[in-house]
Design a protein around this ligand. Structure first.
Ligand SMILES: Cc1cc2nc3c(=O)[nH]c(=O)nc-3n(C[C@H](O)[C@H](O)[C@H](O)COP(=O)(O)O)c2cc1C
Length: 177
């Protein structure tokens, strides 16, 4: 079975809740980027051994959090040896505003994946008002108001997250052959 890993940073628990559902769908192991923007050597080894990596970050000021960016910069060591080439990639974000410039965050994930020679998987679900409510096809987006706790993230967004995880795991399995 293909090995899928979800790696994310979450400042206040919202991204963590979405990550839970993505990981459930993908039957993935999760790695949490610390408040200092770090992961352990064992976590790096887990990522290196993965067939698929799914990136997650809240949208902060129209991009990934600085902790996620610190992790992304640290992946440059993998870039030098094309170590992550041909791994499957995906990404998810959450923000408070309906748009909130989440697309910039997803596009950053795509750039990171392309720099690493990975194979990006988008979000093909049509917006039916519940699933893919936000109508994002580039990657997974969720949204909940600025004063709402993670428990208030709409179930449709979480179901979409699960479906996205399932899709990435399926693509990874297919490519693995
Ligand atoms: C520093 C900071 C910057 C933020 N910038 C944005 C933003 O650009 N757009 C937006 O819609 N929400 C923004 N938010 C709201 C967060 O995206 C939102 O609360 C998200 O659910 C937080 O996820 P987390 O709990 O995983 O950190 C910002 C929040 C913080 C703390």
């Amino acid at each position: 079975m293909a090995k899928t890993v979800v790696i994310y940073h979450s400042g206040y628990g919202h991204t963590a809740r979405v990550a839970e559902f993505v990981a459930q769908g993908a039957k993935a192991q999760t790695i949490v980027i610390s408040p200092e923007g770090d992961i352990s050597e064992a976590d790096w080894a887990t990522l290196d051994a993965a067939d698929a990596i799914i990136f997650g970050s809240p949208t902060y000021m129209g991009s990934v959090s600085w902790q996620f960016k610190k992790f992304a910069d640290a992946t440059s060591k993998r870039w030098f040896t094309s170590a992550w080439k041909d791994k499957v990639a995906g990404g998810f974000t959450i923000s408070a505003s309906p748009s909130g410039d989440k697309l910039s965050t997803v596009q950053y994930f795509i750039t990171l994946a392309m720099q690493q020679g990975m194979i990006w998987v988008g979000q093909p679900l049509l917006n039916d008002g519940t699933l893919n409510r936000l109508g994002s096809n580039s990657g997974l987006m969720a949204q909940v108001g600025p004063t709402s706790p993670a428990a208030d993230i709409p179930q449709g967004d979480l179901d979409t997250a699960k479906t996205y995880g399932e899709r990435i795991a399926k693509v990874a399995e297919t490519l693995r052959g």
